[in-house]
Design a protein around this ligand. Structure first.
Ligand SMILES: [Zn+2]
Length: 387
């Protein structure tokens, strides 16, 4: 799908980078372009699948069910959600306020509002399993819905979009829907990754350009997004989210629905520069990794590659020799049994061969997986790491 600028509808854009996933089995598409809008300066992914394709993908591939722990989120999520709730409470002091969490996952964020005495809480999520868990663990009322399909007679005082907007291929219809669900002067909370600070938080190269993250906001483009749908910014904060061992820069913003139509866009002059710096830094790291892989695999005939996510998909384009891969391993059950470039993906429990080295293909989980191989699976295979 060729996109017009999701904020200002301008069709003119400049390409900054092509992100290549080298497959469309695990990833939804082979590649996309990272472009900047020539009019408003917003940076976004272009030539991507339709919103309907993404909805299908999230229904099937949801990584947000926390199945491994009966749906209970880890303490880092609780800390993160507590930070969000503390940010919001001064804006929504009434504990009877009607609050809707869009993409509520297993309801953990709403459960923190509940702890503070809030009683009108509801959520929607595309995953049926998440919705069941929200009810079971936290007693949170949620329904299985994408925002586009959701309808209700209720009007809300606060709608929460935490880690949602960066995933949306079509956010103008989502924003129109949200406006219609809010009371007059109702509040919209948005949390997104902060593209202005990608460079300072670089982990594995180009990790920010995943198949799931297709909009890259700075505080300026976030302001433009909200303005263009007649929301007035009340408070904006640049912070960080520490989830699943990954620290990323984020933006928290709370805004109010208004009827004013004449907000002027202020061109975002920052995003092109800062995302450009991130791309330059990643290109440099990518070169180092190419060299490192060649050296480390020089004397290996066969290897097992642990992980088939964005990191591995990118490595395949950065000198990872497919002919040396005996098979892939991934703990995500949805990948197991599939093939990537004709090579089988097995579950970690199915590693039989003791003499084939295991290449751990991740930045953030490198130590955790090494420990799992040695201490949990009790395997003595040689372990190859890249970082
Ligand atoms: Zn634009």
């Amino acid at each position: 799908m060729n996109r017009v600028c999701p904020i200002c509808s301008c069709i003119e854009k400049r390409k900054l980078y092509t992100q290549d996933f080298h497959n469309n089995v695990i990833s939804l598409i082979k590649n996309y372009d990272v472009v900047v809008c020539k009019n408003c300066g917003f940076v976004y992914a272009d030539n991507i699948p339709s919103q309907a394709d993404f909805n299908d993908y999230y229904r099937v591939m949801s990584k947000y069910e926390f199945n491994h722990n009966n749906g209970i989120v880890s303490s880092d999520y609780i800390e993160h959600f507590t930070k969000i709730v503390n940010f919001l409470i001064p804006h929504v002091p009434d504990t009877h306020a009607r609050i809707l969490d869009v993409g509520c996952s297993t309801g953990a964020l709403l459960s923190i509002f509940k702890l503070h005495g809030y009683s009108n809480l509801s959520g929607i999520d595309p995953s049926a399993s998440c919705v069941r868990t929200a009810k079971k663990i936290y007693g949170i009322e949620a329904t299985v819905n994408a925002i586009s399909d959701f309808s209700t007679d209720e009007k809300f005082d606060l709608i929460i979009l935490s880690a949602i907007v960066e995933h949306l291929a079509d956010f103008s219809s989502a924003m129109r829907k949200i406006r219609s669900l809010l009371k007059d002067q109702g509040l919209l909370f948005v949390e997104v990754p902060d593209a202005e600070r990608f460079e300072a938080y670089t982990s594995a190269p180009f990790q920010q350009f995943s198949i799931e993250h297709i909009n890259y906001f700075s505080q300026y483009s976030m302001r433009n997004l909200l303005s263009s749908f007649s929301f007035k910014v009340l408070e904006m904060q640049q912070g960080e989210s520490k989830l699943n061992l990954i620290t990323d820069p984020d933006i928290l913003v709370v805004s109010a629905k208004t009827e004013e139509k004449n907000y002027a866009l202020i061109k975002d002059d920052v995003s092109e520069l800062t995302v450009g710096n991130y791309i330059a830094k990643c290109s440099k790291i990518d070169l180092e990794i190419r060299k490192s892989i060649q050296e480390k695999l020089l004397n290996k005939n066969k290897i097992i590659v642990w992980g088939v996510g964005t990191h591995t998909q990118r490595l395949i384009g950065s000198g990872l020799d497919l002919s040396k891969i005996a098979y892939f391993v991934d703990s995500n059950k949805r990948y197991v049994g599939k093939e990537l470039h004709g090579i089988t993906i097995k579950s970690p429990g199915n590693i039989q061969e003791k003499d084939i080295p295991i290449l751990i293909s991740t930045y953030s989980y490198q130590e955790e997986i090494a420990r799992q191989i040695k201490d949990v699976l009790k395997l003595n295979n040689e372990i190859i790491t890249l970082y």
